[in-house]
Design a binder for this molecule. Structure first.
Ligand code: ZN
Length: 406
């Protein structure tokens, strides 16, 4: 074999072994070196060398000392070094910017939520993102390392270049967020679409153990989905897969979507649609309760206010949520029948209406699901309001575990 190839192969093999050991140590929390030898089949000197590297150079593993021996040499115990290693996750949404500081087991150290106020313009929004990150940085103890920052944004995000190619929520086109932020903060940044990050968060850190086929539907002021098939996130040709909001659910509809088409799910079932329908009910004098809840001003009605009125028994608001959830169930039927997932998680602002909303979905879903798909679990996203920021954390964690940031 050519010497250069042999050298390259040895390097690659070493990196692969190192990643396997790091993953095992993280999974187990703590484990003895001899146990690592037994599980991986690597030799004790190789294990000792790699663990030493993970501890001293990468600072991702620490020695706990020696354990009890049942005869022979006492075992050397190593542990995943969670303490003192942090990640920042940011959810850059049209309504709120949410940030969290977590350790490598995604345990919350601190979190911040501020209104986005996107009306103030692009530069103000970037300034707010920087402030949220700086505040989170200031909340960490001394001698703690922040490995990187993950950011989720609604829209078509090029995860390789960090360019937001298009974000209808913000009205942005070809915005180079990475360029803006790297001039302000000296940390590695990683980006992706906010709903795909929700799916990544469920995949790597979610409550259900290791689901291989599932969808996350994000229903807020926009509608999107993240799909995981056979344990892998579906990206599509140019990273635009999962535009669930733009499947047609009513071909006769005269409601035009932001994409230009008519009858899209997003046009008929998003938070904007719910507030528009609520506003119309107030203008038509159909609901005294809705009017009261927004102080007589139809402009102030929100999807959340309509939900509150519906829960209080307001007929107009119940009608609105009935109509909207019917459309959502058509969409759920499409995903379920196409992909046959185990679970469909629903996240985003509308899902925060809890039991009221999920009961509506349960009641209507059977009309649109094949009998073979009737057992699919339709449940709230594990991390609620933090789903995107935890997904952003998981994006950075993936890089750490692949030893790309060491
Ligand atoms: Zn559309």
């Amino acid at each position: 074999m050519n010497k250069e190839y042999a050298k390259m192969d040895a390097g690659l093999l070493h990196l692969t072994n190192k990643k396997v050991l790091l993953k095992l140590i993280k999974q187990k929390g703590q484990i003895s070196r001899s146990e690592l030898t037994r599980i991986t089949g690597l030799t004790p000197p190789t294990i000792a060398r790699i663990v030493g590297e993970l501890a001293e150079k990468d600072q991702l593993v620490e020695y706990l000392g020696v354990g009890n021996s049942s005869g022979g040499r006492p075992p050397v115990i190593v542990k995943f070094k969670n303490e003192g290693n942090y990640i920042i996750g940011i959810d850059l949404g049209a309504t709120y910017i949410r940030g969290c500081l977590v350790d490598l087991n995604a345990k919350f150290i601190s979190e911040i939520q501020v209104p986005t106020e996107m009306g103030k313009g692009y530069h103000q929004v970037i300034e707010k993102v920087v402030q949220v990150i700086q505040k989170l940085q200031n909340r960490k103890e001394d001698n703690v390392k922040i490995w990187g920052i993950g950011i989720g944004v609604a829209g078509l995000v090029n995860s390789r270049t960090g360019v937001i190619e298009s974000s209808p929520d913000f009205g942005w086109k070809n915005v180079d967020l990475r360029e803006e932020l790297k001039n302000r903060l000296d940390l590695p940044f990683f980006y992706d679409n906010s709903t795909r990050l929700m799916a990544l968060g469920e995949l790597n850190l979610g409550a259900r153990h290791n689901p291989k086929n599932f969808a996350v539907i994000n229903i807020g002021y926009g509608i999107a989905s993240g799909l995981v098939v056979d344990g892998k996130l579906v990206m599509g040709q140019i990273g635009f897969a999962g535009e669930f909001g733009h499947i047609s659910v009513d071909t006769n509809s005269d409601v035009q979507c932001s994409c230009g088409m008519y009858g899209c799910l997003e046009a008929l079932a998003s938070g904007h649609r719910i507030s528009a329908l609520g506003k119309q009910e107030i203008i038509n004098n159909n609901s005294d309760l809705l009017k009261k809840l927004c102080n007589g001003n139809p402009e102030l009605v929100t999807a959340e206010i309509v939900a509150r009125a519906a829960k209080m028994g307001d007929a107009s608001s119940i009608k609105i949520y009935n109509e909207v959830s019917e459309h959502i169930c058509k969409g759920i039927g499409t995903i379920a029948n196409l992909f046959n997932p185990e679970i469909i998680y629903i996240g985003g602002g509308i899902s925060l209406n809890g039991k009221f909303f999920f009961d509506l979905i349960e009641r209507k879903k059977s009309k649109y699901l094949l009998p073979q798909n009737a057992n699919i679990h339709i449940i709230p996203a594990t991390f609620g309001e933090q789903a995107t920021s935890i997904g952003a954390v998981s994006l950075v964690l993936k890089e750490i575990m692949n030893l790309q940031l060491s």
